[in-house]
Write a protein that binds this ligand. Structure first.
Ligand code: ADP
Length: 479
């Protein structure tokens, strides 16, 4: 089976969030299962070195206002197709936002061009390689099936994966001619969304199947509280909507050989985790010792992640003798809130405003518990890292958090299956109670150690998910 992945991010080359991890990991696992996968993504400046090593397989000529080509290169176990269009992608800074923090004003052209180029490859193939199936990811690749439909030609089947429905790629109707899309598609049952052009909506309407990154999020997407206006459309496609849980890269996230830890450890050498805790306390200016747990946060600081609620309950957390290390960046008000908290509760709360991959490993390795009070969470990765590092996830009961963590209630504790703490609703009061429960469990050292060991043994790799994707592709190709 030949499969084309189309996305705007791919770890370890370019990453702003969990999407990149998925695109970096799933194709590798599918390749091991015998699938011939190519990953198409824009040639941002961070990928310039790879472009220079690669081979040009296709010249598009003048494409969306400038020269564009497709460069093939193998790297990190992936077969990459880099869409090199300097007028659209060769610019410094964030891949989606300009210096002022606003969306690049030509994002419709940038990702429209990516989608149009991917559609061309899907239809005509590349040096004899013609995909049987295309899996497009999020709004940035959402127009691929619209271009396929517009071509009127026989096309490979298309799967859309929604990683986060909060990002929909909405633009004014006036962009249609620049995108080379016909007005005929601009209808209620096409790509029109309340008078705008919706890239993600187009993907939902024109794809053969839709997946998202956890079974619970798949159900939530059909509800008004979570569907962000697309719930009705998704309900109408219910039989084509499937939740496949994300996994994590077990090589990169392995406490027994993680080079970013001070001391590596496994379930048999758990005592060594304390050395990471001590290093983390130094790094975050926290007072060493004490009897309470060390909580952490590794997150984008945004409304979605519910961390404003954590600010509300900080006095109680500190009063219980617990500590908190926050690694994050994003919303300026939340950043300021956590910086101020580190001053107010010096020694008990430490804040580092940054995006630091290496430090995120030490934070996972050195903390006792990780707080994830998200208002919605399509899948979430940090709770999975937490499980693997024996850093107990304390999570809101939503999306993938609900699917991956078993709450330490009395029944689960008696059955020996608890792996973390869940709470609902997502309010400061419920979060405060969850923190209390965590502290109580932490005080019972034997119980805590059993939960930690069980958490570390959870199957959080990609094998099961890749099998589910593989089955979906196989069924779709056969249909
Ligand atoms: P989202 O994609 O919504 O941001 P996920 O939990 O799915 O949330 O993925 C977030 C990813 O980004 C994880 O790999 C996490 O470790 C990483 N991350 C988030 N914030 C930081 C940070 N400040 N420093 C390092 N890594 C971070």
């Amino acid at each position: 089976m030949k499969l084309l992945f189309v996305a705007s991010e791919c770890a370890p080359f370019i990453k702003t969030g969990g999407l990149a991890d998925v695109i970096g990991a799933v194709p590798k696992t599918l390749t091991a299962q015998g699938v011939d996968v190519k990953v198409m993504l824009p040639a941002y400046p961070a990928l310039k070195g790879l472009v220079d090593q690669g081979k040009t397989l296709l010249n598009f000529g003048s494409f969306f206002g400038g020269p564009a080509r497709l460069v093939a290169v193998n790297a990190e176990g992936l077969s990459l197709l880099l869409f090199d269009a300097p007028h659209l992608f060769d610019r410094p800074g964030n891949i989606y936002l300009d210096k002022t923090g606003s969306d690049w004003s030509d994002n419709h052209l940038r990702f429209g061009a990516l989608s149009a180029a991917a559609a061309q490859v899907s239809l005509d193939g590349l040096a004899g390689w013609v995909p049987d199936l295309v899996n497009v990811h999020d709004w940035q690749a959402g127009l691929v099936p619209a271009y396929l439909r517009q071509s009127g030609r026989p096309a490979p089947k298309c799967v859309l994966t929604i990683h986060n429905i909060a990002f929909q790629g909405l633009f004014t109707k006036s962009v249609l001619p620049d995108l080379g899309l016909s007005e005929d598609l601009f209808t209620y049952d096409g790509l029109e969304y309340f008078g705008k052009v919706g890239f993600l909506k187009a993907g939902i309407v024109f794809s053969d199947k839709i997946t998202t990154v956890s079974p619970t999020y798949a159900r939530e997407l059909m509800l008004p509280e979570f569907g962000m206006g697309l719930e009705g459309l998704l309900q109408s496609r219910k039989s084509d909507l499937l939740g496949i849980l994300n996994g994590i890269d077990l090589d990169t996230w392995d406490p027994s050989k993680d080079p970013d830890l001070i001391a590596t450890y496994s379930t048999r050498t758990l005592r060594r985790k304390a050395q990471n805790k001590a290093a983390l306390e130094r790094r975050f200016n926290l007072t060493p010792g004490g009897n309470g747990p060390l909580f952490c946060v590794v997150s984008r600081l945004t409304q979605q992640k519910g961390l404003d609620l954590l600010l509300d309950v900080l006095p109680d957390l500190v009063a219980r003798g617990a500590k908190l290390a926050v690694l994050g960046s994003g919303d300026k008000q939340l950043e300021a809130g956590f910086v101020a908290a580190a001053k107010t509760y010096q020694g008990s709360v430490g804040t580092i405003i940054d995006y630091d991959e290496a430090l995120s490993h030490l934070v996972q390795g050195g903390s006792d518990a990780i707080l994830i009070p998200s208002r919605f969470e399509p899948c979430g990765l940090t709770q999975l890292y937490g499980l693997r590092y024996g850093t107990i996830p304390v999570v809101a009961r939503t999306g993938g958090l609900a699917d991956t963590i078993i709450d330490a209630n009395a029944v689960a504790l008696a059955d020996g299956c608890a792996t973390g703490i869940q709470f609902a609703p997502v309010t400061a009061a419920a979060l405060g109670q969850a923190i209390d429960r965590t502290c109580e469990l932490f005080d019972q050292s034997d119980v805590w150690q059993r939960i930690v060991r069980r958490a570390m043994r959870q199957p959080v790799g990609w094998d099961q998910s890749a099998q589910a994707y593989h089955k979906l592709y196989t069924d779709l190709c056969a249909s």
